[in-house]
Design a protein around this ligand. Structure first.
Ligand code: DAH
Length: 392
């Protein structure tokens, strides 16, 4: 029987016979690695290992073993040089064809395994886009700060400056200079939180948590040149139990104008300006007599109810919760600066006159938005703050 090795030899002999000069007498050489059986065996082994590779790692190992530098086919190819020259091309072609087969098989298996892996990954790493996302909650400016700023801006636009004072204040600024007599019940009326009380001393030299922003009037009059137009937003304190409309710490905004020839008509104009900004233009305002030690005459400012516009007052009309069917809403205190205050600050009351006003920021915000409970402004719930955006 003719063996494979024999047929290779016969093949070579034939090749040598047909070869051109000068290599006619070249001796054929036996190279086992290049024998068709060996090549066939190497091919079978390679294809078997490639087919058996169950993962990309196993395929990589199979590739190194069967087509890497130390693979039988690679080593066999290196032996081609040992063949008689006329046999080399043929041997090279055959080994090359087998190597090509191996490479192609690796490529196919690689593609199949990658596809399998991708399908596995798609399932294993699938994202449920319908799950609620972990949202990063954003903060918001507080509506009370925004309201105070908006109100300040109305007056800044009219040429006022913003003035600020300390929340821990000398009793003299908070009361005495504002014409509260030493034993005046108003000091108790304002539910003052005394920080350092100095009973028995002339005048009053205690320290209080300021009960209103009016002491900034005094600080401004003592430090700024005349004429003077200032607004002072800020936090104030009262020793009182909080309920739906009261807080122990809340915000006020104070206005003060001192100039030559100012009258109550100027005061009315200033008041109408902030009502227009807060509640929209077109609401009537009215002043009614009131009492504050630092203004003379003093008044309280009311505005026409922005919800019912006075309609709830008529007999048989639907009641209005906002103005309690009064038709008017009290908004602020105001008046002409008491000459005694000017004198306390070294200003000639015969030459200068002034007006002042003060209002509660939370109260204005609550009225503008129909907020029923003032505690909503202190809870710090960002959903409450965000609802107001940048508007009052
Ligand atoms: N300071 C007063 C209070 O807290 C409010 C006030 C009333 C301020 C009349 C003023 C004013 O400037 O003129 O109750």
């Amino acid at each position: 029987m003719r063996t494979l090795a024999g047929s290779v030899r016969a093949h070579w002999k034939q090749a040598i016979r047909t070869m051109s000069a000068p290599n006619k007498n070249y001796d054929p050489v036996e190279v086992t690695a290049l024998s068709p059986e060996e090549i066939e065996r190497a091919l079978e082994a390679a294809l078997g290992a490639i087919a058996a590779a169950g993962s990309l790692d196993e395929l990589k190992a199979a590739r190194l073993a069967h087509s890497g530098d130390r693979a039988p086919l690679t080593l066999a190819r290196a032996e081609i040089g040992a063949l008689p020259p006329q046999a080399r091309a043929e041997a090279g072609k055959r080994v090359g064809a087998v190597q090509g087969q191996v490479k192609a098989a690796i490529g196919r298996r690689q593609a199949a395994l990658e596809k399998e892996r991708d399908e596995r990954v798609l399932i294993a790493e699938a994202v449920d886009v319908t799950l609620p996302a972990a949202r990063q909650v954003q903060g918001a400016r507080h509506p009370v700060s925004l309201s105070a700023e908006l109100l300040s801006d109305v007056f800044v636009a009219m040429g006022y400056e913003v003035a600020e004072g300390p929340e821990v204040e000398a009793e003299w600024y908070n009361f005495d200079a504002l014409n509260f007599p030493p034993d005046h019940p108003a000091r108790e009326m304002q539910d003052t939180l005394f920080i350092a009380r100095q009973d028995g001393l002339p005048g009053s030299s205690g320290i209080v948590a300021r009960t209103h922003t009016s002491p900034v009037q005094i600080r401004s009059l003592l430090t700024r040149p005349l004429p003077l137009y200032v607004v002072s937003p800020g936090r104030v304190y009262r020793n009182e139990a909080s309920d739906a409309t009261h807080l122990a710490a809340f915000y006020q905004i104070e206005g003060l104008a001192v100039d030559e020839g100012l009258t109550m008509a100027d005061l009315r104009g200033a008041i109408q300006a902030f009502v227009d900004v807060l509640f929209g233009a077109g609401l009537r305002t009215r002043l009614r007599p009131d009492y504050f030690p630092f203004t003379e005459p003093s008044a309280d400012v009311s505005m026409e109810c922005h919800v019912c516009r006075g309609a709830s007052v008529k007999p048989g009309a639907d009641p209005c919760r906002t103005c309690r069917s009064m038709g008017w809403i009290e908004l602020a205190g105001c008046g002409m600066v008491n000459p005694r205050v000017l004198v306390a600050c070294g200003i000639d009351p015969d030459r200068y006159s002034g007006f002042a006003f003060g209002l509660g920021v939370e109260r204005a915000l609550m009225l503008a938005h129909g907020i029923g409970d003032i505690k909503d402004t202190t809870d710090g719930d960002v959903r409450f703050s965000r609802a107001f955006g940048m508007e009052l």
